[in-house]
Design a protein around this ligand. Structure first.
Ligand code: NI
Length: 259
């Protein structure tokens, strides 16, 4: 159920029965000479939409930009400032809340988004916003980590991974026509983290981080997509069973414990 394809009376009918929305987040950034700029948002969107289909849940339009400053030495990468991403995510969630969508599942495809988005969620709770917000990075689900390890072992690496590239091959097979394939093999330099854009390119000159994206295939992508969707659906169903509490007016947010 894609929000972008619905008319408002359909959204009204959905809200009579449901209070949950899936919100995919990604990035537009280099993913090696082989992987697509859109890898992160294509993968997050695919996982969110499959879960949305399976559980008949609303899926919001994908946020295709994230915090990718460390990839800016590669042409085509776009970055938001961390505070911009946090601001956009908080405003989108405030809009959902205004319509009664109080369970917000953020389905993320990019590591650089995690800290700013967690900050946004903390800031919403600080201002006493109601509801349940959960950030799930599909690639970080234990079930997916295990499957990736079985498929690619040490060649998985940390960026431009054969897992994420497999999901994008599954979703956009034609986009890979003519992309250069190289033999597998890792480049495993000593480095610290975080890195700025110039440092990143100096340490990881072709943009991958200890990965062999060329091992990706649409078949692996389908298997990982299914694994991620099943694992995420379980978490969504758990979230649907949680009770919602009205915000307390007597308790100030400042100084309260996190959980
Ligand atoms: Ni990625």
């Amino acid at each position: 159920m894609l929000l972008e394809n619905m008319a408002y009376p359909e959204v009204e009918r959905y809200l009579e029965k449901r209070d949950v929305v899936l919100f995919p987040l990604g990035s537009t950034e280099q993913h090696s000479p082989y992987g697509l700029m859109g890898t992160d948002f294509i993968a997050a969107e695919a996982v969110a939409r499959r879960v949305g289909d399976r559980l008949s849940l609303l899926v919001a339009p994908t946020l295709a930009y994230g915090v990718s400053a460390h990839h800016m030495a590669f042409c085509g990468t776009v970055t938001l400032r961390p505070e911009t991403l946090a601001g956009v995510v908080a405003d989108v969630i405030r809009s959902f809340l205004a319509h009664g969508l109080r369970r917000v599942l953020l389905v993320n495809g990019h590591g650089g988004n995690v800290a700013p988005v967690q900050n946004a969620l903390a800031a919403l709770k600080y201002e006493n916003a109601p509801g349940i917000y959960e950030l799930v990075s599909w690639y970080d689900l234990p079930e997916v980590r295990q499957a990736a390890k079985e498929l690619f072992g040490e060649e998985e690496g940390q960026h431009a991974t054969p897992s994420e590239v497999s999901l994008s091959r599954r979703m956009r097979p034609d986009a890979f026509d003519g992309k250069p394939v190289r033999p597998a093999g890792r480049h495993r330099p000593e480095h610290h983290w975080p890195l700025n854009a110039g440092e990143f390119r100096a340490v990881f000159p072709d943009g991958r981080m200890e990965s062999s994206p060329w091992l990706a295939s649409a078949e692996h992508g389908e298997a990982l997509l299914e694994k991620a969707a099943a694992a995420l659906a379980e978490r969504v169903e758990k979230c649907l069973r949680l009770p919602l509490h009205e915000p307390s007016e007597s308790t100030g947010a400042a100084g309260r414990d996190g959980r």
